[in-house]
Design a protein around this ligand. Sequence first.
Ligand SMILES: [Zn+2]
Length: 469
Amino acid sequence: MTTTSSATDAAIEHHLDETRDARIESLKELLRIPSISSLPEHAEDCRATAEWIAADLRRVGIENVAVEETIGNPVVYGDWLHADGAPTVLVYCHYDVQPVDPLDLWDSPPFEPVVVGGNMLARGAADDKGQIHLHLRALEALFTIRGSLPVNVRFVFEGNEESTALPLEGWLETHRERLDADFVVISDTGFFEGNLPAITISLRGMMYAQIDVIGSDLDLHSGSYGGVVDNPANVLTRILTALKGPDGRVLIPGFYDDVVALTDDERSQLDGLPFDEEALRDSIGVPALAGESGFGVLERKGARPTFDINGMWAGFQGTGAKTIIPGHAHAKVSCRLVAAQDPDRVFAALKAFVEEIAPRTVHISVNRIGGGRPHITSVDHPATRAAARALEATFGRAPVYIREGGSIPVCASFAEKLDLPVVLMGFSQPDDHAHAPNEWMDLANYETGIRAVIRMWDEVAALDRASLR
Ligand SMILES: [Zn+2]
């Protein structure tokens, strides 16, 4: 473990104490810019946010800072590469935010940040501008007190995370040569229930498809044709039922072939998380939870794949009765995938199975709509362990390891386009209302987060670069 002299730590602490008020004002300034990426009328606000961040990076001492064009909002790039022999970390956050409607559910206007009971209330406070800001303040403290950083850093702050992955993907593709690094830190996640420090070690991937069952060109009279032709809606339900059993097991042949089962250690680690099933059930309002039998809720959500119907339509849906045999029936379906499933292979298996079980009485088509790979970074990766030590030293307890059921597409982009390990170290508290009215950031998390980032860079500086790949 790296030790900076306690005098240095005290100096940094003193600096952070002295600058606290200014820091909160600066955070508010950043949060005031309405950088909503999905609404074209806010494109200039997104650009202004990028410029704000670029100016701040330059001011604290980061070099080669540039606001770079993409097919969407700009990417802010900056680096500092003078820590000879030390690892290079690529840090990613996003400066764009979600839309704010419904406005009447906000306690205060979303772009007029206020501190209420130790929390910063504003759109983007947690997701993700507050997290950009804490990285900037960590840099500022290090440059002010030590005049340098212990590690080499590259920053990629983008402005389309909440709307589309394409601008960043295109930018990464074009600039991959100059993004050489040992690993990536993404600060766009948060802590576990009870505000326990956490590192997200895995995200599920996705395979999305549409199944179309076509009979005749038109709906048919069910008296004249019932018993004579097949019914696409009946056929579709038979197909869908064949894809997943009542025990939650997906029945597509080969579906589980590439699934990496949890080790006993990993399972007991999940079982050890303070998780309240009944509270979850209550918050959703369903009579009972469900899922693949033989696995607990956290394992089902984070480490097991799924098959779900996301939408289906066929035939008559108006009031009263209409006696038809629908001409066609459709379903949108998706699978959440886990390591080491491949969306292409899963789609091919789905398509082959549906075509095999479909009767010859109808036309079937199965088309891919989208998807992405699952992501996992080992708990034992030296960068994960460095993050864990930094969190433990600053938050006073060892982090828990989370397996998220959802996806962060950018994570797969970094892993695939740059072939780099990714550490998901974020600081927002659970229930931060990200994407919802009254988004907030716990300022204690924000403040400790600054210290955790500083300690993380000291920890990383002591790592052997060869051990990181
Ligand atoms: Zn985010």
